[in-house]
Design a protein around this ligand. Structure first.
Ligand SMILES: Cc1cc2nc3c(=O)[nH]c(=O)nc-3n(C[C@H](O)[C@H](O)[C@H](O)COP(=O)(O)OP(=O)(O)OC[C@H]3O[C@@H](n4cnc5c(N)ncnc54)[C@H](O)[C@@H]3O)c2cc1C
Ligand SMILES: NC(=O)c1ccc[n+]([C@@H]2O[C@H](COP(=O)([O-])OP(=O)(O)OC[C@H]3O[C@@H](n4cnc5c(N)ncnc54)[C@H](OP(=O)(O)O)[C@@H]3O)[C@@H](O)[C@H]2O)c1
Ligand SMILES: Cc1cc2nc3c(=O)[nH]c(=O)nc-3n(C[C@H](O)[C@H](O)[C@H](O)COP(=O)(O)O)c2cc1C
Length: 575
């Protein structure tokens, strides 16, 4: 393998020195590999990844690349496809996993996770291991899945060759540390490839979001609805970005100026000095807070840091003594401004203040369009978050940016691949889609794609929302798909149009016999939308149908759906 070493812009050289060094590396073809690259015995490594939206999978692939350039023989395996009987036979095992739901494993890791948490794991005495855990400090069960893999592997006798690293949403630095640590720990070395490009050389993507013009945007709910759900059409012309049906779009937005001004009004220091930006460089504090820092979400680390500067006994009790539920209740509906006004804290200057804040993160949205139906465009279905709490009207950063503040701003976007959420390549297969609320987004795209590809398999959509009169979003398009024969079955659960609530899973159970015939006859099942309640209840309904109409025992039904997931015939896009 040979790739040219480039001296990064940030390296402490003058431009002349950098040019000379780059010239030297090019002429001497050091190939980007470390001196040890082709030396030493080959070290076998198994890398297992558990990933819902692709971050852990991406890390696994990067690790393989680095290892292949050194003296390793890495095998990278989707945890969902891994043969558990191999576990005790592994020599060197690396686990890269995220955490989902409330401290749960991502879908493809669920089976292996259940196994490792159970009693039938043999001795793993001969296995060397290390775990890289991806998570988000906003969640109370931070990196829980990675932590559990790590503790259980150790419990069964495996030997940790490098410490587990838990990392927050910005995981690139930690990943580099872990990658180097495990390669050293395994007694080999990978390629120290130094690749640094200027901002303009980086193609549009997560590192360099594309400024995408809003082509069209309107509320899908009708007058009188309690909800606001926007259909948003963005332009991709000239971006080079491509997506597939089932992918998500990352959207980078700004904080509202009014919210930032209220923060500035209440800060106890001079706000005129420039402050550092999370990605390097400096900007005036106001601009930095609008464009780059998270001023909304409270989490344990932030409240802890705030407490130490405010000396508030209440916050101390919250961070040191409160049970998890009480702490969560405190954070729910509060933001940075509430800490500033209710528990004033001391900061010397703006730099110290932004030092305790996290970087403003992009939000993901399931793509609601098929690229075949809308070339050069990408469509979203966005529920606008607005509520009043603690006597303040509040709004979600990104959703209200898209609905209220795009006139003067352009969102930055990138494609987030979701390979686990794809239509069957065999066009004759039947497809069942369950997507209440904004969960319908990818299924609008699925139907467009099935029409564009003239798929012969049947399509069945379960949709739900509060009221038929105001909340049947995409009604015209959906009924048109029915008329054209693309949508064969449509089951509608308008939850609040009758005395008793009716949900999508109630309709699945009502049509249980037909549902089972579609599914057991080779159909593919998809669910999208609310993770905390809906997706769990839909999963329960699936098991009930398999028992009632497939004659399976409870145990067999569990095994049936595990197998369906392995075959990628049961896919979830839940949030
Ligand atoms: C893979 C994936 C796909 C997604 N697809 C879609 C999609 O297609 N459509 C869609 O609309 N969303 C989708 N989402 C969710 C989306 O990414 C954002 O989380 C959502 O739009 C909210 O972002 P925001 O910036 O507007 O709100 P934020 O600024 O992130 O605020 C949300 C926070 O506000 C607080 N909050 C919200 N409501 C209340 C309340 N009533 N009381 C008190 N506090 C409250 C909570 O702390 C909550 O976490 C998806 C998420 C993922 C991970
Ligand atoms: N905090 C809030 O007030 C609020 C409001 C809207 C959305 N949200 C969140 O915003 C996101 C997007 O919301 P959305 O527009 O997609 O709508 P949603 O909240 O998912 O609601 C869509 C439909 O699903 C129904 N539903 C509620 N619980 C369900 C369950 N356990 N099983 C099946 N269906 C269920 C709802 O009924 P009912 O509403 O009649 O129960 C509604 O008819 C979700 O993550 C949601 O949690 C929050
Ligand atoms: C719906 C949802 C639930 C999540 N739950 C948790 C959690 O309980 N604990 C945690 O540490 N991180 C949680 N995360 C954060 C993810 O682990 C994090 O974004 C990670 O980088 C995702 O990696 P992946 O793309 O490989 O799945 C959650 C993210 C989402 C979208």
């Amino acid at each position: 393998m040979s790739s040219q070493i480039l001296v990064p812009e940030s390296a402490p050289f003058t431009p002349e020195q950098r040019a000379w060094l780059n010239d030297f590396f090019a002429k001497n073809d050091l190939g980007g590999a470390s001196p040890a690259a082709d030396s030493g015995p080959v070290i076998p490594v198994t890398i297992l990844w558990g990933s819902q939206t692709g971050n852990a999978e991406g890390c696994a692939k990067k690790l393989v690349k680095a290892m292949k350039a050194g003296n390793f023989d890495p095998q990278v395996i989707d945890m969902g496809q891994y043969d558990k009987a191999q576990l005790a036979k592994e020599q060197n095992l690396l686990i890269i996993t995220s955490t989902y739901g409330d401290g749960e494993p991502p879908d493809n890791a669920a089976d292996l996770h259940e196994y490792i948490m159970g009693d039938s794991v043999p001795s793993l005495a001969g296995v060397n291991f290390s775990v890289f855990a991806l998570g988000d400090t906003e969640y109370p069960d931070y990196c829980q899945c990675g932590i559990e893999f790590d503790t259980r592997l150790e419990k069964f006798g495996a030997k940790r060759i490098f410490k587990r690293i838990d990392c927050d949403v910005d995981y690139h630095e930690e990943f580099k540390e872990w990658k180097t640590g495990v390669m050293d720990g395994l007694g080999g070395s990978g390629a120290a490839v130094v690749e640094e490009a200027t901002q303009e050389e980086i193609p549009y993507g997560k590192k360099r979001p594309f400024p995408s013009p809003i082509l069209n945007s309107f509320d899908l709910n009708k007058a009188g609805s309690l909800r606001e759900t926007f259909h948003i059409e963005l332009g991709l012309e000239g971006s080079g970005l491509e997506y597939e049906t089932g992918d998500a779009l990352g959207v980078l937005s700004h904080n509202p100026e009014g919210a930032v001004d209220e923060i500035l009004k209440n800060l106890p220091f001079n706000v005129k000095d420039d402050v550092p930006l999370p990605g390097g460089g400096e900007a005036p504090l106001r601009e930095a807070l609008i464009t780059s820092y998270d001023i909304r979400n409270l989490n344990k680390t932030l409240v802890q840091k705030w407490q130490s500067r405010s000396g508030s006994p209440f916050l101390r009790a919250m961070v040191e003594g409160a049970v998890k539920e009480d702490f969560e209740e405190f954070c729910w509906g509060r933001e940075l401004i509430d800490l500033i006004t209710e528990h004033p804290a001391d900061f010397a200057d703006g730099e110290e203040f932004v030092g305790i804040l996290k970087k403003l993160q992009p939000r993901l949205y399931s793509i609601a369009s098929s690229p075949n139906a809308h070339p050069g465009e990408v469509h979203l279905t966005v529920a606008i978050v607005r509520y009043n709490s603690h006597d303040r009207n509040r709004g979600g950063v990104c959703s209200t940016f898209l609905s209220d503040r795009v006139e003067e701003n352009v969102p930055g976007v990138f494609v987030h691949n979701n390979k686990a959420f794809r239509l069957p390549s065999d066009l004759s297969k039947d497809v069942i889609m369950v997507g209440p609320g904004t969960g319908v987004a990818p299924f609008r795209a699925f139907l467009e794609e099935r029409k564009a590809t003239e798929a012969s398999g049947r399509n069945w959509l379960f949709f739900g929302n509060p009221h038929a009169a105001t909340d049947f979003i995409y009604e015209e398009e959906i009924t048109q798909m029915q008329k054209e024969g693309v949508l064969n079955n449509l089951s509608l659960a308008f939850s609040r149009d009758q005395a008793e609530k009716v949900y999508v899973q109630d309709l699945m159970l009502e049509s249980g016999k037909e549902f089972w015939d579609w599914l057991d006859g080779g159909g593919h099942f998809y669910v999208c939308g609310d993770a905390s309640r809906m997706a769990k209840d839909v999963d329960k309904a699936l098991h009930t149908i398999a028992m009632e109409h497939g004659g399976l025992s409870e145990e067999d039904a569990i095994a049936y759906f595990k197998e369906l997931k392995k075959e990628k015939r049961y896919a979830r896009d839940v949030y």
